[in-house]
Design a protein around this ligand. Sequence first.
Ligand SMILES: [Zn+2]
Length: 257
Amino acid sequence: MLKVTAVPAFQDNYLWLIHNDTHAAVVDPGDAAPVLAALAARSLSLAAILLTHHHPDHVGGVPALLRHAAVPVFGPRNERIDNVGCLLEEGDAVAVPELGLRLTVLDVPGHTSGHIAYLAPEQDWLFCGDTLFAGGCGRLFEGTPSQMLASLRKLAALPEQTRVYCAHEYTLSNLRFAREVEPGNPALAQRLIDEQAKRDQGLPTVPSTIGLERATNPFLRHTGEEILRQLRANGYIDNDEPVAAFAALRQWKNTYR
Ligand SMILES: [Zn+2]
């Protein structure tokens, strides 16, 4: 039986451990120490490292983990990341035999130009790095709004029960912005209550699901009537063109406190 366990790191990162009783793969190990501690606590052997993009808080722990165990490192073909031996792009398959785990790769550029996501179709698990967040999306550091929008639409089209293992605990601040731009969404109001209750108990709000994101995430709902009205009322757009609306929403979020 495969499980996914969150390994918190830095301020608000989640490094994801996919494991059975003996082995583990780690997604985006920005720091080695908490991963090594999590492996030791469960007596797990590291079997693979999976990387979504090149940012240091996602790859910084790779050298130290490789000194601990010489395992395969998977990562995006279109980014230069040290130690990546298996270069991946859209449609590629990844196998981690120690776990009986099979993943497929999605190209999701926008946050970075070569960002990839890993989908486990048998389990309906999605590891999407800094592309789709619970209630939000990543900043556009390297890609264009139309690239990011296409990436988010690809993820939003996955089955609604798909669990979204994103890489940061940004949910409450994302949802406060979502409420600002879509105050009339009852699913969003309920989600704010539910996620606040989890944080009050010190629990992660991640994973989310694709269904919940479709219902509450403004970056998947930017062509909805209420969000377009808010964008117009605040002077961000003067027409309803979808890419312009998405870009305006992302811009608004960048300045929102
Ligand atoms: Zn990043």
